[in-house]
Design a protein around this ligand. Structure first.
Ligand code: FAD
Length: 520
């Protein structure tokens, strides 16, 4: 989405620039043949690739070079400098790569390199790979299967009437009316045809027999598989309150849910959002953008305090209040009526639209029915393989051994789900790739993005570097003396550096970066 027209800045690499102007590992922005290009040197090699991330159009010149990768500062997508390929979600498409020549002391970009990337097909692939769940992890998995050169049958099965969509957008620009619906599908029908991915929509899988390697669908159809990836995600929780099923009470997970809220918001004047979670607050922001009166009710005294701590939580509260949101914190709803939400303190908050954002429950029925090992999620090993050989799990359902914290974790982040889909796919083809990514997520409130890296659950102390209210900060979360996660506002490059340092297990660099002292 977005970002296709980039104003050309910097030197014309087609005319050549002195090699001495390139700093090792630092992207230099310029252009060639009317397109934005970055040059990056790694030792003797000079790489030239497109300057714009294919996810949301992030500026790669402000990103971080790690080995032979360039990483996007906005949502941490990574591209191969040699081939332009999207190595890490959330980007799915490659960036262009350009030919570079050295002429004397000049480096010249001579044209686009359009030779296809060589792929070695897997040596003993399964007969077919079936993916259950057409969401973030499922789509990333089928993309990775084809990118690995797998030529066998690929099936992606989803419950919803639409294919995979950009789910994070459902609570943000799309809900706010700032993004058209055409931006939402991750891929169009032609992609599935070209890549020979059989997309089975409105098809719920109800049973899995891991001995017979067979799935059963709700309508009685059955389907065999060679390898299987479970990516059934999570469903939002509906509080059991009187009135919770009334027609003006909405949940938000699917495109259909988002359409329902948008439709209701056309005539509604007053909304109550139940839950001051990320999704609840993003919904509040979007409904304010649409001009509704918005009240948020939630049990915590400070929104997001358990995840982000006091300072950032207070900042988020003030930000929403500045935009007209009224909070009812430390309070819970006891009933929903046609014209409002009744609270524990006896008030009635007027509402003709109610959205519940009170968390999700992972969809484990299939895994449970199949007898897979379960531990508050589908238990997987470092290769994302479940207790049944040849059956993998990815995304919101998977609990995996996180090598960075030494804990088994289950995490509900878009980028984690996609990256797990990619790893599960490669392992379904016989690779033995451990899932070692450091979890990353972002959240957006009006014009303020929050980027978060690491696993902060159970943090014991919070430290702030920079100015939270000035929207320029890194907030770090410490457990057992060690920084385990960092959230940042408009410190995107440092957030990337923190990710790289956490990946390397370089605790000293993490300490320095979290204090705003650079990577050292
Ligand atoms: P999903 O994307 O939910 O996909 C699972 C799919 O499986 C669904 O389509 C479901 O219908 C299907 N399915 C389930 N059971 C079956 C079955 N038995 N048979 C067939 N199909 C089945 N994360 C972030 O990091 N940043 C954000 O800003 C952000 N914003 C979000 C905004 C919203 C509104 C929502 C709802 C989530 C947001 N998230 C965000 C969380 C993120 O979207 C999820 O973590 C991610 O989608 C999980 O991917 P998944 O593939 O595990 O599940």
């Amino acid at each position: 989405m977005g970002g296709s027209s980039v104003e050309l800045k910097g030197p014309d690499f087609g005319a050549g620039i002195p090699r001495a102007e390139l700093k090792e590992g630092e992207p230099l922005l310029g252009h060639a043949q009317g397109e934005a290009v970055i040059l990056v040197t790694r030792g003797a090699q000079v790489f030239a690739v497109g300057a714009t991330c294919t996810h949301y159009g992030g500026p790669l010149a402000e990103g971080l070079v790690v080995g032979e990768q360039i990483r996007c500062p906005w949502h941490h997508a990574a591209f191969d400098l040699r081939t332009g390929e999207a190595l890490r979600a959330p980007a799915l498409n490659p960036i262009p790569r350009w030919k570079v020549e050295t002429r004397g002391d000049q480096v010249v970009v001579t044209g686009k390199d359009e030779t296809p990337v060589a792929r070695t097909p897997p040596s003993s692939p399964p007969e077919s790979v079936v993916v259950v769940g057409a969401g973030a992890a499922g789509q990333a998995a089928v993309e990775a299967l084809r990118r690995e050169g797998y030529a066998g049958k690929v099936v992606l099965i989803g419950r919803e009437p639409n294919g995979p969509v950009d789910r994070p957008n459902l609570s943000k620009d799309y809900l706010a009316g700032n993004a058209p619906e055409e931006w939402l599908p991750l891929r169009g029908a032609e992609w599935y045809a070209e890549n020979r991915v059989e997309l089975m929509l409105e098809s719920k899988v109800t049973a899995l027999d891991t001995q017979a390697k067979k799935l059963t669908l709700a309508d009685g159809r059955t389907l065999g598989y060679g390898a299987l990836i479970l990516a059934t995600g999570a469903d939002p929780v509906r509080l059991k309150l009187p009135g919770a099923e009334l027609p003006h009470v909405h949940l938000l997970r699917t495109l259909r849910d988002a359409r329902g809220i948008i439709e209701a918001a056309k005539t509604a004047k007053r909304a109550v959002v139940i839950g001051s979670s990320f999704i609840g607050l993003e919904v509040a922001a979007s409904l304010r953008t649409r001009g509704l009166e918005v009240r948020v009710i939630g049990p915590d005294a400070i929104p997001l305090q358990k995840v982000l701590g006091n300072a950032l939580g207070e900042f988020v509260r003030k930000l929403h209040e500045e935009h007209g949101v009224v909070f009812h914190l430390g309070n819970t709803p006891t009933a929903i009526e046609a014209d409002g939400v009744v609270t524990q303190t006896g008030e009635k908050l007027p509402a003709d639209l109610v959205v519940m954002g009170v968390g999700v429950r992972p969809n484990l029925e299939l895994a449970e029915q199949a007898g897979l090992a379960i531990d508050r999620g589908v238990k997987v090993n470092a290769y994302l393989e479940t207790s049944a050989p040849g059956v993998f799990a990815a995304g919101d359902i998977a609990r995996w051994p996180d090598p960075h914290t030494g804990q088994n974790v289950r995490i509900e982040h878009w980028v984690v789900a996609e990256r797990q889909g990619q790893t599960a796919a490669r392992n379904a083809l016989g690779k033995r790739e451990k899932f070692e990514a450091v979890p990353f997520f972002w959240s957006q409130h009006y014009d303020v993005p929050i980027n978060y890296i690491g696993v902060g659950a159970g943090w014991e102390a919070v430290e702030v570097s920079g100015d939270v209210n000035g929207r320029n900060c890194i907030v770090s979360y410490r457990a057992k003396g060690k920084i385990v996660a960092c959230a940042s506002i408009y410190r995107d490059r440092e957030n990337l550096e923190l990710e790289a340092a956490m990946e390397r297990g370089d605790g000293e660099a993490v300490e320095r970066l979290a204090k705003g002292q650079g990577a050292g």
